[in-house]
Design a protein around this ligand. Structure first.
Ligand code: BTN
Length: 149
């Protein structure tokens, strides 16, 4: 019994640590996606509402790219278990388009946060006959940009 005590203690600590150390995914901060676009989410309020800015690396237009504002919300419900779903809209300041993103914030096996998203990019077309070609769809994966302190 005396010899078993340290073993049980280590086992208890290992299991306990595993149970309590589940890292949560936090949307606040700077992110880069697979296209090289940069996104900054400044604050997420108590209701899950957030704002930030988006610097796209690519455009469907011939316009000069400008940093554009984004607004969104994440789920705060009890079922999120630290990996919340979210959605946000980017209102492009250099084109007539709007993009909506929806996704989930995951923590991978290495403890790294990753945002898996899908998006719809709505471009303005001249008339209703062209509506069929106005919406693009795609996926983007974002990882956190490490701060350069
Ligand atoms: C436009 O071209 O009218 C605005 C820029 C659109 C950029 C798109 S949004 C979806 C995809 N993901 C990015 O990071 N950039 C492109």
């Amino acid at each position: 019994m005396v010899q078993a005590t340290p073993f049980l203690l280590v086992l208890f600590l290992a299991l306990g640590a595993h149970g309590v150390s589940v890292k949560k995914c936090n949307l606040t901060g700077r992110w880069v996606n697979d296209l090289g676009s940069n996104m900054t989410i400044t604050t997420v309020n108590a209701n899950g509402v957030f704002a930030g800015s988006y610097h796209t690396a690519v455009t469907a237009t011939s316009n000069e790219i400008k940093v554009s504002p984004l607004q969104g919300a994440q789920q705060r419900g009890p079922n999120q278990k630290g990996q919340p779903t979210f959605g946000f809209t980017v209102h492009w300041t250099f084109s007539d388009s709007i993009t909506v993103f929806t996704g989930q914030c995951f923590v991978d096996d290495d403890g790294k946060e990753i945002l898996k998203t899908m998006w719809l990019l709505r471009s303005r077309v001249e008339n209703i006959k062209s509506d069929w070609k106005a919406t693009r769809v795609g996926i983007n994966v974002f990882t956190r940009l490490q701060s350069q302190e």
